[in-house]
Design a protein around this ligand. Sequence first.
Ligand SMILES: [Fe+2]
Length: 225
Amino acid sequence: MIKEVVVILLNMPLKIFQSPFVYWRQLSEDDHKRIKSKMMKDINLLDEVKQDKDDGLHNATTNYVTKYNKNELVSEDYIKTIVKDTVTELIQRINGSKNLLYTIDYVDHAVLNAWYTKYEKGGNFDWHDHYSVPYIINDHVYHSSFSLIYILNDESDKNVTIFGTNQTVCSPPFQNSSGILLDTGDFDDIKEGTVIIFPSNLSHKVLQSINSNRIVVSYNIYSRY
Ligand SMILES: [Fe+2]
């Protein structure tokens, strides 16, 4: 009897709207070791051409610039291992989820902005997001879609990035109806070597860095639909 009820319930229609997400994966030890060894040298060279500091960043340095920014951080190996493999996994996971109203359908993606941020002890970054206007590449429109953070160097075992959404839902039954936070420090598997991907318009902040020389590399991804 109970089994029949369960079967009927599973067959009833349920549609879940698109929603913000945070997805992460750990690079293999070999991949992280190889990339870290080269990327740290690349960043040391980029240090010398350090450009404008972003608003909201404290006790930290970056080579971030608001315009199109291609540099050593977009080499083929980095893009394949850090960005492409993560985007592929992410889209497979989302599109494989049951009951989604829409799945993600795209033609291809492009990385148009890559930068590092190096935090000293106590360094932090106020709330912000990475959303931007679309770019035209070869007569095709590429829309700001995902952003990605690679934790390149961090000696602490607790990550300091917090994500937040003010999307509202009814409470009860949901908790925190007026918005919810995801503290990546609550997850032991988010540490050096982890890649975190999220919608480019999802707000996040960086709490005070626990150790000095915490280095993250960020990528902004644009998608053609
Ligand atoms: Fe950010």
